[in-house]
Design a binder for this molecule. Structure first.
Ligand SMILES: Cc1cc2nc3c(=O)[nH]c(=O)nc-3n(C[C@H](O)[C@H](O)[C@H](O)COP(=O)(O)O)c2cc1C
Length: 220
């Protein structure tokens, strides 16, 4: 039979566990990357018309983006447009290509691989609510989360890495804005994010800097 102090210790341990921030559920390590459809690199609106429509949108319908739209969006954001050199649709400091795009959706969090044109599930949870302090991220069909891997900028001092990572993410964000304008989607880049909390939920490492998030979907 357990002693009173043994039972008390167990209860205390259980209470301590319950008080910890809810740990996110990692995806099944056996999850295989999902191939995206080949991005359609032709069409869209002429550039000057697209620029005249670019704007921030803060209300989204919950209509989903289909797979082709998602593939096109991710390619426009930071896909590879010169396969011979593996260069991207947005510039990056010394071509360090440090921006990783995570996609938060109702069915979990996915990591885009521009080289393979795939999405790999990295979390089971719906974390859209945590991707901004404003309520409209909750029902946007997709929230892009830009995370810089500073280890890919090893030659720069840490503070320069942080600056270049923000700048590089901003180029990706503008690509998303232009894609959205061209396709009749709405989007807004977000700096008003509890980045420490979101980084913890996503279990990001020391070299991973969360720069911005960007919900995107059909305007309400
Ligand atoms: C670095 C940066 C951070 C921003 N963060 C937020 C944000 O957290 N929430 C928000 O609603 N808009 C945010 N915005 C969007 C701006 O408010 C918006 O671009 C500005 O009001 C101009 O509107 P427009 O994009 O429609 O031209 C941000 C924009 C930038 C460039």
């Amino acid at each position: 039979m357990r002693s009173f102090s043994g039972i008390a210790a167990m209860l205390l341990a259980a209470a301590a566990l319950a008080l910890q921030p809810s740990a996110a559920t990692a995806a099944d390590p056996d999850d295989r990357p999902i191939a995206l459809p080949a991005p359609q690199m032709e069409g869209g609106m002429p550039l000057m018309e697209t620029l005249s429509l670019r704007q921030s949108t803060r209300a989204f319908s919950d209509r989903d983006l289909d797979e082709q739209m998602l593939a096109n969006l991710l390619w426009a954001a930071f896909g590879i447009n010169r396969p011979e050199t593996a260069d991207h649709t947005a510039p990056s400091w010394r071509g360090s290509k440090e921006t990783d795009i995570y996609v938060a959706r109702g069915d979990g969090v996915w990591l885009y691989d521009p080289q393979e044109n795939t999405l790999t599930k990295v979390m089971e949870d719906d974390i859209r609510e945590e991707t901004g302090r404003q309520p409209f991220t909750d029902n946007a069909p997709a929230v892009l989360i830009f995370v810089a891997d500073l280890a890919r900028m090893a030659e720069a001092p840490r503070e320069d890495q942080q600056l270049y990572a923000q700048v590089d993410a901003a180029f990706v964000s503008q690509n998303v804005y232009l894609f959205a304008a061209s396709e009749g989607l709405g989007t807004v880049v977000l700096g008003n994010v509890d980045k420490a909390a979101l980084s913890e939920i996503m279990d990001l490492g020391e070299d991973q800097l969360l720069t911005f998030t960007q919900p995107i979907g059909f305007p309400e």
